[in-house]
Write a protein that binds this ligand. Sequence first.
Ligand SMILES: *Cc1c(COP(=O)(O)O)cnc(C)c1O
Ligand SMILES: [Zn+2]
Length: 426
Amino acid sequence: MGTSTYELRCRECGTTFGNQPSSICTNCFSPLEVTYDYDSIRPRISRDLFASRAPNIWRYRELLPLPAGIEPSLPVGFTPLLSAPRLGEKIGSRKLLVKNDAVCLPTLSFKDRVVAVAIANARSFGFDTVACSSTGNLANAVAAQAARAGLKAWIFIPSDLEPAKILGTQVFGAELVRINGSYDHVNRLCSQIADEHRWGFVNVNLRPYYAEGSKTVGYEIAEQLGWRLPDNIVVPMAGGSLITKIKKAFDELILLGLVDPKPVKFFGAQATGCSPISTAVKQYNTEIEPQRPKTIARSLAIGNPADGHYAIKAISKSGGWSEDVSDPEVISGIQLLAETEGIFTETAGGVTVGCARKLIHHDRILPDETTVLCITGNGLKTTDVLADKYQAEVPIAPKLSEFEAYLASKSAALPATVEETVNASR
Ligand SMILES: *Cc1c(COP(=O)(O)O)cnc(C)c1O
Ligand SMILES: [Zn+2]
């Protein structure tokens, strides 16, 4: 590993490649992953050291691929881990927690974590341009963080993404390329562009570094539980990277003696309209059959997930399971989390809540086990899916008598609760 404590290694044949912008093994064409010299790291870290640092992902810097000489200045991550008793009561869990990345800074999704680590590496590799293929949140995170780092950004998206995610990319001055096709078409194009242009594609040639940023969700959950691991974790899946990296984080904390060893069950969540990973898990397949996505959960709409095979492995080895929910259940999930816990999540969060509800209902998750739901994005980015759910009220005059009449008309016709709506749709 030279003077660095980490380097790239092939996940299948084990060949090492030092540190360079590449993501595929030249021997066997399998994905590369960052591996660490844990023996040299172990004596340099402790719970107290991490706790003494500022509340952001860089407090775990020894466990991230942070190049020498790069000092990140952006406070990303360390989002709240909240107990969710009211949601728990509705869906049947007595020890339910929400990891709330709907308020991750700077762009309100967990993608800020992966981009922060990728950009640190893009700078050390000397790229002046960063790029990505995106289902929306990655676009926002790359555009914002590139602006702050003084890098140029090229963003490639399917043409029909949510307006808020498009605007939330353009505002940072990024070049936005809309592609007529699905995410999988966009991603294939980006692999070809990466071969032609010396650009740092955060999720193509920088992907191994990018993916390590997701581990910080796992470190934070463990630290916020008092350096303990939960019994279960429910994670939304697009490419399948986040779920495998939370698993890696927990395994590392055990290996380094920072938490007591303990089995954690991993549960994957997808939308039925794009469920290649959950379908494979439910059919006991170890490989992915690609799908053509059709769901309102645009941020999860990857039909041919790059880390699908490893996500299946992580889930089945842990004794977990995977579920998927229909678009109406996604919307009910968004409303349920908002009405019970005051958290407004995007469609991916609706998927997570809906799947958790199913997993508990089917006794895959038991009521007295500690269960963490990963809420990964913010509802203000996908308001269009709720457009027909709430009518604009007719305005009234600023008079007490008018209000009293309005109140009387309201109590006459109370709307159905979310729970009644969900039960009716079962
Ligand atoms: C990208 C994304 C995910 C899933 O990430 P993968 O690592 O690709 O599985 C989950 N939630 C949101 C909101 C996302 O944007
Ligand atoms: Zn290999």
